[in-house]
Design a protein around this ligand. Structure first.
Ligand SMILES: [Zn+2]
Length: 500
């Protein structure tokens, strides 16, 4: 036996394509290479020229039975995976099909079937690949050359299918994973970057908090620039900030000089005065003796709201130097809820007295105001509401809440006339004006914005706001007494049963 297959396979263009395909480096083709090696091995075996005619025909028989099986496999894969046979392989594929089909027609003949089919094989091949067989003289030689040629086509087709299948299973998965991986890497980078920034911000904040605590211990009061960012509220108040980790120290600091001293004590003193009014002066008032239980309840609601507002404010200004951001923010919310309740309760007293003899209207307006009041208790707990740049939004909300106090105007003008309505609201105008001016001063940070540092301890916008709140409470108390007096007067004629 002489082996001369290499020259044969190298001659055909398909075999050249195959050779170049196998030469292409591919990391994912380990299995494929093994399969190819196996195919080459088989090819080499087949490529040996058999001198014995019977042996050649047996080889042809064996090849044809193998061809059937291998073609079936290639076709199955081609159909199920919609794989198109390459243009370069189309001719070889068609030849293989032709050989298979022609030779299968000759099956069933037992005697001499090998020779017959070898003949058919050679004839079929000669149609398209005469150049490969023309040099061979005998049928046996031509048959062997034909088998080698077809083997090369088969190996090439199989390798293509394997490549597609491998790419399909591993390549696609690989590509997919690569895309997912790169996406994940990118996402991880963004997350890492964000985390890093957050970590940096947190570390920086922790450092500035520690530094502020250290400085406050050292010199008791620190300045605005030494204050960690979340504690910075008013950039025009430059000095006099307390800062401590201890709640006890926060409380005890109310007796020491600081930029919160005025804010704390204005409302502590205000609270004492309101309590004195509620429990001493109000019971002495003529109205008190004319009041029903519900009248007293409404007055009590107002006093309670006023006290709650002052207490909340005092708590906030006492505790806002605590070196814990979540705690500090919670105390800020406490302050806002107090203001909402005070404004709502003040309005309720006007609505109550305006419709003293009209319970239905009275409750409609009271419920409207109360719903805004409840909103004012809930909203401050939302982080956005407390942002430094939301000062005007906060004022806007409180003004709207205050405006619900005027919602009965249309009905009052319609039922009692314009001058009556103006006369009715006259007593509350003072407190409304005081609240309004105070709120504007509070939001605009006047006068400290004109002269930063000058109003650090006294005279700043927040000090003025605190006085405005006190003024509002006292003016409203007096207005409430006037409103009750008017209501009792009207009730004598309109609803005598409701006064007692
Ligand atoms: Zn305050």
């Amino acid at each position: 036996m002489a082996c001369g297959a290499s020259s044969m396979t190298a001659q055909s263009p398909e075999a050249e394509a195959f050779a170049s395909a196998t030469a292409t480096p591919d990391e994912n083709t380990g299995m494929l290479r093994d399969r190819r090696r196996h195919s080459f091995h088989a090819s080499r075996k087949l490529s040996c020229d058999y001198q014995d005619a019977d042996a050649v025909f047996i080889r042809v028989e064996l090849f044809l039975s193998e061809l059937e099986r291998r073609m079936h496999w290639i076709e199955q894969y081609r159909k199920s995976h919609m794989v198109q046979v390459d243009a370069s392989l189309k001719r070889g594929y068609a030849t293989l099909e032709a050989v298979r089909d022609q030779c299968s027609l000759a099956s069933g003949e037992l005697m001499g079937s090998g020779k017959k089919r070898a003949k058919i094989l050679v004839e079929t091949l000669e149609d398209g690949y005469n150049e490969a067989l023309v040099t061979k003289e005998t049928l046996e030689q031509k048959a062997q050359a034909g088998v080698r040629l077809m083997e090369s086509f088969l190996v090439e087709l199989e390798s293509k299918v394997h490549a597609v299948r491998d790419r399909g299973i591993y390549g696609t998965i690989d590509d997919g994973w690569k895309a997912v991986d790169s996406g994940l890497v990118h996402a991880r980078e963004i997350v890492d970057e964000g985390m890093e920034r957050a970590r940096h911000a947190r570390d920086t904040l922790r450092d500035t908090i520690e530094e502020a605590i250290r400085l406050a211990k050292e010199k008791r009061l620190i300045n605005y620039d030494e204050l960690p960012h979340p504690w910075r509220v008013n950039p025009h108040i430059l000095n006099g900030y307390r800062f401590t980790t201890s709640k006890v120290e926060c409380v005890s600091s109310i007796f020491a000089f600081s930029n919160e001293m005025f804010n704390i004590w204005s409302h502590v003193i205000g609270l004492i005065i309101v309590l004195a009014i509620a429990f001493y002066f109000y019971p002495l008032h003529t109205n008190f003796h004319l009041s029903s239980k519900s009248d007293v309840t409404i007055a009590a609601v107002f006093f309670f709201a006023a006290c709650k507002c002052l207490v909340c404010s005092t708590i906030w200004h006492t505790m806002n130097s605590i070196a814990s951001q979540p705690l500090m923010e919670r105390f800020a919310c406490v302050d806002y809820t107090g203001i909402s309740m005070l404004v709502a309760a003040s309005i309720v007293t006007t609505e109550y007295t305006a419709f003293y003899c009209e319970p239905f209207s009275r409750w409609v307006y009271i419920l409207l105001t109360m719903s805004f009041g409840i909103g004012g208790i809930i909203l401050p707990w939302h982080p956005t509401f407390n942002r430094h740049d939301m000062a005007w939004a906060r004022v806007g909300f409180y003004v709207t809440l205050a405006l619900t106090g005027f919602s009965p105007i249309a009905q009052l003008i319609y039922t009692r006339g314009f001058s009556w309505t103006m006369y009715f609201y006259a007593p509350v105008m003072k407190s409304i004006m005081v609240y309004f001016i105070g709120a504007c001063v509070y939001a605009s940070k006047v006068p400290e914005r004109w002269k930063p540092g000058l109003f650090d301890y006294v005279g700043g916008s927040h000090n003025i706001w605190h006085l405005a709140v006190l003024g509002g409470i006292f003016f409203h108390y007096h207005a409430m007494q006037d409103l009750f007096a008017g209501a009792f007067q009207r009730a004598l004629g309109e609803c005598p049963n409701m006064t007692m």
